[in-house]
Design a binder for this molecule. Structure first.
Ligand code: FE2
Ligand code: FE2
Length: 234
């Protein structure tokens, strides 16, 4: 008997076990913006072996069980979850985005003439950077303070206001997710060419870190935070 069922949504599985995100990434399963789809739906659409995916999820479950004290984000208050998101994922982005801006500039200058894909990498990354910078400010200055207020004052008009902003926020997550998918596609899964230098590898490795962190970040917001508010956004 598997620990997880294919009728569950992929977002729900990651909520129950954050480590599932690692498994889903290996199978190229989108668990943040596409988190509302059931595992069986995804498996069918992507022509995957359902038993294999469920088996890998079980392995991850056992691994997670052995590591005691993993955080169950679903049990956190809205305020604590927001603080965790900001202190972990927003802090990470504020550090990683400028660093990646320098790195993509450097490799464009050195390797752009022989690897034209780097022009597209540079452009896509910088459009993602600009969108995320605005997105983080919007969350920190508008959306999150409203949710924190709602956490202590369950008011209907407040929830309506939040709901409209959440919708916009989800669209921005989707747009960010699309840019990340495009980056992965054009770089052929971040393949470093044989003549790529150490900075080239470092840049691609950091872009992959950005992808992992952002997927987990969007997952926490879409599938846990917004769902805890009882908003059915989709
Ligand atoms: Fe965020
Ligand atoms: Fe967000």
């Amino acid at each position: 008997m598997n620990k997880f069922q294919s009728a569950q949504s992929v977002g729900e599985i990651v909520s129950m076990m954050p480590g599932a995100s690692e498994v889903f990434k290996k199978f190229n399963i989108d668990f943040c913006c596409g988190g509302h789809r059931s595992l069986s739906e995804v498996v069918r659409a992507q022509n995957l072996d359902e038993a294999e995916v469920l088996g890998k999820l079980d392995e991850m479950y056992e691994k997670t069980e052995q590591l005691s004290g993993h955080t169950d984000f679903r049990k956190m208050t809205l305020t604590d979850l927001i603080d965790h998101i900001v202190n972990t994922h927003h802090v990470y982005l504020n550090r990683a985005l400028p660093e990646l801006s320098d790195l993509t500039n450097t490799i464009l200058r050195v390797h752009g003439p022989t690897h034209s894909v780097l022009f597209r990498v540079h452009k896509l990354f910088h459009s993602l950077k600009m969108e995320l910078e605005q997105h983080l400010i919007k969350e920190e200055e508008i959306l999150f303070p409203l949710i924190k207020e709602y956490d202590v004052n369950l008011s209907e008009p407040l929830l309506e206001k939040i709901s409209a902003i959440v919708k916009e926020t989800e669209e921005e997550h989707e747009a960010a997710g699309d840019i990340l998918k495009e980056l992965r596609r054009i770089t052929e899964d971040y393949l470093v060419p044989a003549d790529g230098c150490a900075t080239y590898s470092k840049t691609f490795q950091k872009l992959q870190e950005l992808e992992s962190d952002l997927f987990q970040h969007i997952h926490l917001e879409n599938n846990i935070l917004f769902r805890q508010l009882g908003l059915e956004v989709r």
